[in-house]
Design a protein around this ligand. Structure first.
Ligand code: PEP
Length: 249
């Protein structure tokens, strides 16, 4: 059975004062050993977060695909690892859509993160127009085909299915649609990496809250959640961790 993974994504939110929220999240994580918990904070908060709650897995939200060089304003995977990050997101839709990141970029970022010793959550997901056109599965399949890193394996890589239209909107797909997409992703992973696909975690992301977490986490082939807005406070995030614990812990 795959352990559930509940990861938060603070996006461009938070300051040192907000790190107090991590105390409650770290306590909840310690109290639910059957669930893996991580929080991806802004770059500037990685080191203070890792120092404040050493028992909690802290992550980055992005890394550069190069190890070093003339990339003004960018941060490498080794830099976030040195600061205390143990995982990173790659391919979040706010990077793919807003920053024009291609599947090849995302693949290279995942591989750079792996070389720096980070675990990776690789995000994929369709836009609303693509779903409405009946192309959701084809779009996600294309993203996975293009961005799955070399050496993809469950001990360092998870996939997050995040329909773009569900992120920050309060809308979620039906449970049947989530289960269908996750099943499709698992079959594609099996075709790409073989038996290792059984162990790879596929997270759902997009407007996960305390109210819908149990249903979403209970859907077939859903191995955890990537949580944006509801990860900003312990009060909203801890119940999601608890829901994962009840289902899979
Ligand atoms: C996200 O940023 O990955 C996300 C899923 O956001 P939200 O939970 O706010 O929809």
């Amino acid at each position: 059975m795959r352990r559930k993974l509940v990861a938060g994504n603070w996006k461009m939110n938070g300051s040192r004062g907000a790190l107090a929220e991590l105390d409650g999240i770290a306590a909840a994580a310690a109290g639910t050993p059957g669930v893996d918990v991580g929080i991806a904070v802004p770059f500037t908060l990685i080191a203070p977060a890792a120092e404040r709650v050493p028992g909690l897995t802290i992550g980055a939200q992005d890394v550069h695909l190069a190890a070093s060089g003339a990339h003004t304003g960018c941060i490498s995977a080794a830099m976030v690892a040195e600061a205390g990050a143990r995982f990173t997101l790659v391919g979040h839709s706010e990077r793919r859509c807003d920053r024009g990141e291609s599947d090849a970029d995302v693949k290279a970022k995942a591989e750079a993160a792996r070389r720096a010793g980070l675990s990776v959550i690789l995000c994929v997901g369709e836009q609303l127009a693509e779903r409405d056109a009946g192309r959701a599965e084809a779009v996600v399949a294309e993203q996975i085909a293009g961005s799955l890193p070399e050496g993809a394996a469950a001990d360092w890589l998870s996939i997050a299915y995040e329909p773009v239209w569900a992120i920050g909107t309060g809308r979620t797909p039906t449970l049947a649609d989530v289960a269908q997409m996750h099943g499709t992703i698992r079959r594609q992973l099996a075709a790409s990496i073989g038996g290792g696909a059984d162990a790879m975690r596929i997270l759902y992301g997009g407007s996960v809250t305390a109210d819908n977490a149990a249903d979403l986490l209970g859907a077939a082939d859903v191995d955890g959640a990537l949580v944006g807005g509801a990860s900003l406070t312990a009060a909203k995030f801890v119940p999601i961790v608890s829901a994962a614990s009840v289902i899979g812990g």
